[in-house]
Write a protein that binds this ligand. Structure first.
Ligand code: ADP
Ligand code: MG
Length: 701
């Protein structure tokens, strides 16, 4: 069983992080104070600070057993990248000393030519730069000191996800502070966006995982007949966590705590073998770095336990896939959460302004939010009755909907009293009811004092969605601040602004069941976009409206936006291409031969029986042989058809056309092949089938 006690939790928490505590101990006072200013108040790094910090970092890292350092960055692949350099510098006497300079801390020069740039950088222009992000702590992974950095090309184009994320946080900060100053809160110096990212995942037996090429190469099963049991008994969600999984979770928590990641909640999810972890929220930059580490360590720790952790959005058909919930809020350096409604939300104008800004932002840019979660993997979930639909809408709950109604009509709402839940048992404590029920189907739900954006795929970096979220909210706050700063009378202007915003944006609010067909129709009547697939969504990415938005706030130049679109389109087509090739490989080299062997067995039996004489009934073998032969004929046809369809992809003339072709032509051909193979799986003898099936994998751990 887990062997962590509460005493050693505070000892191990953050033990591998060069955090404020370590810095305070190891840095001269003025250097520490200066660095703190950079971190807390976004002031530029002072000269000579880096030199001193580098030296202290190196000493600390060496004591921790590190031998190397790396600039750890987040290229547009959505995962992290690292190139390790040893601390060693040779000396004249043929030995080495351990060195790490300020220059090495601040700037790295990795070759940028093999990272996706979406046409931003020609391959011969290989030079790239990484630059230290002092607002996210350095940490130790294995024997390497990892320094969080941004990544750009030789000519300054942004090639990563961290730079635009930091930019978007700064823009939101600027305009949120303007607003708060209008409310008389002049002590507020900084507003930070905060994120808590809940992460879903599957755990399967490593040995079974390695027997399936599809899992190894694509992260999901491309074949698999429906198992007799799925998730219909609803026993797995919050169910007892079995020993093996509990050990894994304990080990994972420990690793994450060492990295200063406050892993807090763990539970079983809806599908068999599916689980979730949630950390305590933190600022968006750190939360993004942390989520990358969470995903990495989920997989590493699984390995140690002879398990494989699947982060794909849809590892198995017939049961739920995995997503990520991005809990979002904004808070001030004075400790105020700007989305806290307080006791009297109807009269809490400051809260209502920030609430309306979020609603307006989501309504104005709902396509853009949907685009940020578009991927081949997530297309299996969005709109498939297990995850929010591809239509973005907001859940507010009764109380806030009533508050908005009152703003719209100018009529006061009835005062809400605390409601007490009667359990009918005198010994039970009295439960004060929450103002609103939960809604599990909404893509963007207000949950007490934050918004929960629920459309993210389990596998994706949270940077993209948060760049957009910050920018669109900042954009609205900027407009609000422009209007209110000019106003002769703040109160009157504020009331007018809120009323206008509610009226113009109320169509995005929907408190009902987002999984229903009626909602799809209703949303269409309201004019809400429904971008069903990734190619459909990405076609809208570089619209004039979006280009304007990102340029206005200096997040992306039009060229940088274009490049991101290109990368996502290519990533989509490549993903499906790899899946199709993997299917062909498995179908031709594993499934077909298995079917042939089994057919031979059946036919041999048939012949043997026949040779005994006419009196023996051979109808079973005959029917079976007929069925298998028919299906194996169909299998070959489906293989050929997928091959032909795949070859024709070459004729597509743009990345958009290619993605659309993969969506509309290749995916159906893959589905046809799968359904034939799955039909065969359900009649071919188990010992003939070349890889583990769904019931082996889903119910084993
Ligand atoms: P649920 O599954 O009901 O949504 P969880 O407790 O699993 O609830 O997850 C809630 C997440 O929201 C946690 O990661 C939590 O830290 C985060 N959270 C709470 N308050 C804020 C906030 N102000 N800003 C961002 N995230 C928050
Ligand atoms: Mg949640």
């Amino acid at each position: 069983m887990p062997n962590t006690t509460h005493e050693n939790i505070d000892e191990i928490f953050g033990s591998k992080v060069f955090n404020a505590g370590v810095m305070r101990k190891r840095l001269p006072k003025h250097i520490y104070a200066s660095l703190l200013k950079t971190m807390k108040e976004d002031l530029p790094l002072e000269e000579n600070v880096a030199e001193v910090v580098a030296n202290a970092m190196k000493d600390w890292a060496l004591e921790m057993g590190a031998t190397h350092f790396t600039h750890w960055f987040q290229p547009m692949t959505g995962i992290t990248a690292e190139k390790h350099d040893a601390f060693i510098t040779p000396t004249e006497d043929g030995k080495v000393i351990m060195e790490f300079s300020g220059k090495e801390l601040v700037k790295g020069e990795p070759d940028a030519s093999s990272f996706p740039s979406g046409g931003l950088r020609a391959t011969f222009e290989a030079r790239g730069y990484t630059a230290w992000d002092p607002t996210s702590y350095a940490f130790i992974k294995g024997s390497t000191l990892c320094i969080p950095t941004v990544f750009c090309s030789y000519s300054g184009e942004v090639l990563d996800k961290k730079t635009p994320l930091l930019r978007s946080m700064e823009v939101l900060n600027t305009h949120a502070v303007r607003i708060l100053h209008l409310f008389g809160k002049n002590d507020v110096k900084k507003v930070t966006t905060t994120i808590g990212a809940e992460q879903e995942y599957f755990l399967v037996e490593r040995d079974l995982f390695t027997q399936r090429k599809d899992l190894i190469l694509t992260g999901r099963t491309l074949f698999g007949a429906k198992p007799p049991k799925g998730q219909e008994m609803e026993t797995h969600y919050f169910g007892r966590i079995r020993g093996r999984v509990a050990n894994y979770m304990a080990d994972l928590d420990k690793e994450l705590w060492k990295l200063g990641i406050a892993s807090k909640t763990r539970h079983n999810e809806v599908a068999p073998s599916q689980h979730e972890m949630a950390p305590i929220f933190t600022n968006t930059n750190v939360a993004t770095d942390n989520n990358q580490l969470v995903m990495e360590f989920m997989q590493r720790v699984a390995y140690r336990h002879d398990l494989a952790c699947l982060l794909h959005e849809k590892p198995f058909d017939f049961v739920n896939g995995s997503g990520k919930h991005n809990n979002f809020s904004m808070s001030t350096n004075t400790g105020e959460n700007l989305l806290t409604p307080g006791d009297d939300p109807v009269n809490n104008k400051q809260f209502l302004l920030f609430l309306c800004a979020c609603i307006e932002a989501v309504n104005k840019y709902s396509e853009l939010l949907r685009i940020t979660v578009a991927s081949a993997g997530n297309d299996h979930r969005l709109g498939a009755n297990e995850a929010p639909p591809a239509i973005v809408s907001i859940f507010l709950g009764e109380q806030l909907t009533a508050a908005l109604k009152s703003i719209e009509t100018g009529k006061p709402v009835k005062e809400a009293k605390d409601l007490v839940l009667e359990m009918g048992v005198t010994t039970l404590p009295k439960l004060i009811m929450d103002a609103t029920d939960r809604n599990r189907t909404s893509p963007f739900a207000f949950t007490g004092n934050k918004f929960e954006f629920r459309m993210l795929g389990s596998n994706q970096s949270i940077a993209g969605p948060n760049i957009t979220l910050n920018t669109i909210v900042a954009d609205v706050l900027c407009d609000y601040a422009d209007t209110l700063e000019k106003a002769a009378d703040f109160e009157t202007a504020l009331d007018a602004l809120l009323q206008k915003s509610v009226i113009e944006n109320k169509r995005i609010v929907f408190n009902g069941n987002n999984y229903s067909d009626e909602w799809v129709e209703e949303a269409a009547r309201r004019g809400l976009p429904n971008l069903r697939t990734t190619p459909e969504a990405l076609a809208e990415y570089t619209s004039e409206k979006n280009e304007k938005l990102f340029s206005r706030h200096n997040i992306y130049t039009p060229a940088e936006l274009e490049s991101r679109c290109e990368i996502h389109l290519e990533e989509y087509s490549k993903t499906i291409n790899i899946e199709a090739l993997t299917m062909l490989n498995m179908a031709k080299r594993e499934i077909s031969p298995a079917v042939v062997s089994y057919t031979k067995e059946v036919c041999d039996t048939l012949l043997a029986k026949k040779s005994c004489g006419d009196f023996i009934d051979v109808s079973a073998e005959t029917t079976l042989a007929e069925r298998i032969s028919k299906l194996s004929g169909e299998l070959i046809k489906a293989i050929d058809s997928l091959e032909t369809t795949l070859a024709a992809a070459q004729n597509c003339e743009s990345a958009q056309a290619e993605a659309t072709y993969h969506c509309n032509s290749i995916i159906p051909a893959m589905e046809a092949l799968r359904s034939t193979a799955d039909a065969l799986e359900s009649i071919v003898g188990k010992e003939y089938w070349p890889f583990p099936n769904y019931e082996d994998i889903l119910f084993y751990v």
